[in-house]
Design a protein around this ligand. Sequence first.
Ligand code: MLT
Length: 255
Amino acid sequence: MRRKVEKTRLVLVHGFPLDSSMWAAQKKHFGKKFKVFCPDLPGFGRSEKRAPKTMEGFARGVKAYFAEEKIDRAIIAGFSMGGYVVQAFYEMFPKNVEGLILVDTRTAADSAEGKAGRDKAIRSLDEEGVAFFADTMPRRLLSETGNREDKLVKEVRKIIMKQKSESVKNALIAMRDRKDRSALLPRVDVPTLLVCGEEDSFTPSEEMIEMANLVKGCSFSMIKRAGHLSNMENPADFNLALEDFLNGSERRKNE
Ligand code: MLT
């Protein structure tokens, strides 16, 4: 008799200062074959919870989401700040993780200069509200080509403008004070994929390749024609990279 194999669960964790809607193209693409979950981190998108001021707090928010959705184990992906959250989640709740996907992110903590940048961003947020991020973030999130695509820039701005000032501030504090998790990578013992936009200048591919080299058997995928926000800028190639990895995981389950 053939054993019934459950569909792979894929949890996609958004970045800053965005929400779950950044994954629309992935939800649509993978929705039939896999069980796809796109949580809003506490305080973001439709979440009515208060945003915590630590990455561990955000990871606990994801754990609560796993409980609400009755997810026992899943492949968990995190983009940029979502990647910081996913690393904390893996460190705190490894039993819930079947595979890891880290997208345009890093393991290092903020440098002194980076921390000062967070404080400056908090001051700008106090003075100008989230509009400050809607005006300045697309330059950092998208490649030069992406920045010339009106529709994409508008979409990113629209997501940012929906976020609450208090949540954005708390996330800036959490990112500023997050710990260095570089030591985690050699200890990772689940299938892992790292993905990076070729034109990502915020978390550059050289840095992500070094990270990939630290994880046993890690796959790495470079997304062409994309900056930091690689899944929104080139969803076709991004989805292909994830699909390869997810199919591999389905095969292993069926063996
Ligand atoms: C993100 O894209 O989630 C953030 O820009 C990450 C960061 O600021 O460190």
